[in-house]
Design a protein around this ligand. Structure first.
Ligand code: ZN
Length: 349
């Protein structure tokens, strides 16, 4: 379950977060994200700079940029998520688009001001008039990249009123969570889905099955930072070179063997790529040879994930490792979570 939390200044978003954390929700904070961003830019951590930097980021990317970044992070780690706080219409819509619940918390201005005085964090050091002025700036904007708290509150599925005690707030949260749990009966996601590593290594292995080489079949799968596959390949002769006319022998005179003709899986994948290879990673069932290592390095690929290193004593692999290390390409042996993966087409008929 994803809950996006919105609300006015000092309404008690932090308290709602604490209540939900007790119920097992993981907290992802826009504020923390922005403070890190402000510090990166060597600016003073103030509410004004937080609004400024947030609006800039949204303008440069999209109205829901920050929430999307947090969501991406959250998605990999946990199931029940609270994202705090939602401030633009784009962010509110994104939460709903992802199937999440938008929750708002509000309280009377005097109560909220007295709360922020007690809190006195680095961004809350203001008079009542300044407090109202700042709030006004954040309450409404026709620009989708700017803060629009009133618009977010209107879009909320649930509004919590926090004029009284924490216990009363907690009761309201309990009721909402109870209602949602009953309504959805929250069906958890499958637990036995394959991991990214397993998935891409499997694609590399399946690619190898296309190889016509009677002795060794190798595949490769290149993946970008977004976990999108941008290339696959397997060992074979160059395009237009007939598989039946050239030799597949491993031994004999050089010209009678496959070696001068065959293109390795990694080289095929690199030349087939449909996107930029820069900062990508390559999955290979077998550790690459020195020739492929050169291509991998030159293409900008930054990580090699391999299954077998059975030729580690050979000059080709020793040289490959030396070059990978010198050029900063990360090497990682993939240790399979499952020994086998079965593809049973008949089961799908
Ligand atoms: Zn090679």
């Amino acid at each position: 379950m994803i809950i996006g939390l919105t609300g006015t200044l000092g309404a008690g978003k932090g308290t709602v977060v604490e209540i939900l954390k007790k119920k097992g929700f993981q907290h992802y904070s826009v504020r923390k994200f922005l403070i890190e961003e402000i510090e990166k830019r060597r600016l003073e951590v103030s509410r004004e700079n937080m609004v400024l930097v947030a609006n800039q980021l949204r303008k440069m990317n999209s109205p829901s940029y920050i929430v999307e970044k947090l969501y991406e992070k959250a998605e990999q780690e946990t199931e029940n998520i609270i994202i705090e706080s939602i401030r633009t219409i784009g962010e509110a819509d994104k939460i709903k688009e992802k199937g999440g619940i938008l929750m708002a918390v509000d309280a009377n201005p005097e109560i909220r001001y007295s709360r922020i005085l007690i809190r006195q964090s680095e961004t809350d050091n203001v008079s009542f008039e300044e407090f109202l002025g700042e709030e006004k700036r954040e309450m409404f904007s026709i620009n989708p990249n700017e803060q629009n708290l009133s618009g977010c509150i209107i879009k909320a599925d649930f509004i919590l009123e926090n004029n009284k005690t924490i216990e009363q707030l907690e009761k309201q949260v309990d009721e909402i969570i109870g209602k949602l749990t009953r309504k959805k009966q929250i069906i958890g996601k499958r637990k036995d889905y394959i991991s990214w590593d397993e998935y891409f290594m499997a694609v590399a292995v399946v690619s190898s099955m296309r190889s016509k080489d009677p002795n060794s079949q190798v595949g490769a799968c290149i993946v970008n930072k977004k976990n999108h596959i941008i290339a696959t390949g397997y060992n074979g002769f160059p395009i237009g070179c007939n598989d039946d006319s050239l030799p597949w022998n491993r031994e004999g005179k050089k010209l009678e063997t496959k070696y001068p003709y065959v293109v390795h899986a990694e080289a095929n994948a690199i030349t087939n790529a449909t996107g930029k290879l820069d900062k990508c990673r390559i999955y290979v069932p077998l550790f690459p040879c020195n020739e492929c290592a050169k291509l991998i390095i030159q293409s900008g690929i930054k990580e090699v994930i391999y299954l077998s290193d059975k030729y580690k004593e050979t000059d080709e692999v020793i040289v490959a490792k030396k070059m990978f290390n010198m050029s900063g390409v990360k090497l990682r042996q993939y240790l399979p979570e499952n020994k086998t993966l079965t593809l049973d087409f008949c089961k799908l008929l």
